[in-house]
Design a protein around this ligand. Structure first.
Ligand code: XIL
Length: 367
């Protein structure tokens, strides 16, 4: 063997033995939206107007990897109608223009949700015109964007088995006032207001191996069956996907749940993927690794189901994750969460590579 050849082999070995970035894919240059599209999947993220406007570096990063956006807050009732009768669509319209300018699809979020009601509505919904006020909100909201959005999370988070109501419904003001009609009526209103958008029921906590998630799977499936039986114009289920690294395991029943939902003729989208690291110690590299591994496991199982046609993360850069707010999901040691594909400097983290690998490994929906 010549010296040159020996050196070449040594060199090649040295290269293969270099530590590889976690979950490094074959082609790191390929954006996530392109990897997803190659499998017939739409990929995107939740955004806020304020961040896109003031942070061009972040905006560029979003546009590079995403084919669809969803507003994190701008379409919620509490933002649209802070003052009764004054409906302000400016922030949401700004996002419609932004998406159109960059050729991105836009998802609506969300028309019927107890979680972000304007304070005035809490009294108004209890009054004699309560249902009319609620229906009007749904009709006006969805009608405002008619023809411009690809999908809507029409109803959000109706199921809370812990509240022990029949059907697993949450004991929210909407359920108290209107019963199940608050879950079915918005679909009919939405289809009429925007015949083109795909209409989703969106909910949380459907994949772990614990009694809460198991009850939610059961109740959500029954709810979807009930909506179908009532001939509601329902196109799909949104699975939020707020994961916890270092938390419970993924349930062995989760695959069957996805199959059952698909069996109803419904599409499935992962609508709010992020990976909270609050249960992990402080070491950033270890957290990043665990977050990536957990997301990969979740996505591999989820994307194996061909009815899953979309994945959206709930934010794009750790700089803006909602998990750093002052709430029960924040870390208790004062460190900031590393839940999203990019770090606070907008550099890719192992989670980005894990998503890339999961998309690359997904079965092709187009064949
Ligand atoms: C969250 C936003 O991210 C926060 O900024 C806001 O303060 C509260 O709502 N499930 C949902 C989303 O469907 O609308 C929530 O978004 C996160 C949980």
């Amino acid at each position: 063997m010549t010296l040159d050849r020996r050196n070449f082999i040594k060199g090649a070995l040295a290269v293969t033995m270099l530590p590889q970035p976690a979950h490094a894919g074959a082609d790191d240059a390929l954006p996530l939206k392109t990897r997803a599209a190659r499998r017939g999947i739409v990929f995107g993220t939740a955004v806020r107007r304020s961040a896109l406007e003031k942070d061009p570096d972040y905006a560029r990063a979003v546009i590079r990897d995403c084919a669809i956006l969803v507003p994190e807050v701008e379409m919620k009732w509490g933002v649209i109608e802070r003052t009764r009768g004054v409906r302000d669509y400016a922030a949401a319209d700004w996002l419609v223009t932004f998406a159109a300018k960059h050729g991105l699809a836009l998802r609506g979020h969300t028309a019927a949700w107890h979680g972000n009601l304007p304070p005035w509505a809490k009294d108004a919904l209890r009054g004699p015109d309560g249902k009319a006020i609620f229906d009007h909100h749904v009709r006006d909201l969805i009608g405002h964007f008619a023809g411009k959005l690809s999908d809507w999370d029409v109803v959000n988070e109706a199921i809370f088995p812990g509240n022990r109501l029949p059907g697993g419904f949450g004991n929210t003001i909407l359920y108290q006032q209107f019963g199940r009609s608050y879950v079915i009526d918005p679909f009919f209103i939405a289809r009429q207001a925007d015949p083109k958008a795909l209409l989703f029921y969106n909910d949380a906590k459907l994949y772990y191996d614990d009694s809460d998630h198991a009850a939610r799977r059961r109740h959500v499936l029954a709810l979807l069956e009930w909506l179908k039986a009532g001939e509601a114009p329902l196109d799909g289920l949104g699975i939020q996907g707020h994961l916890d690294a270092g938390g419970p395991k993924i349930s062995p029943d989760y695959r069957a749940f996805l199959k059952d939902v698909a069996g109803l003729g419904l599409k499935i989208t992962v609508t709010e993927l992020d990976v909270n690291d609050r249960l992990l110690g402080p070491d950033a590299a270890q957290r990043d690794r665990a977050v990536a591994d957990h997301a990969k496991e979740f996505l591999d199982i989820t994307l194996d189901e061909r009815a899953v046609g979309g994945v959206l993360t709930w934010g794009w850069s750790d700089r803006y994750t909602w998990l750093n707010g002052a709430h029960k999901w924040a870390r208790t040691d004062g460190l900031r969460n590393r839940a999203l594909p990019l770090d606070e400097q907008n550099r890719r983290k192992p989670l980005w590579h894990a998503i890339a690998a999961a998309l690359d490994g997904a079965p092709d929906r187009r064949t």
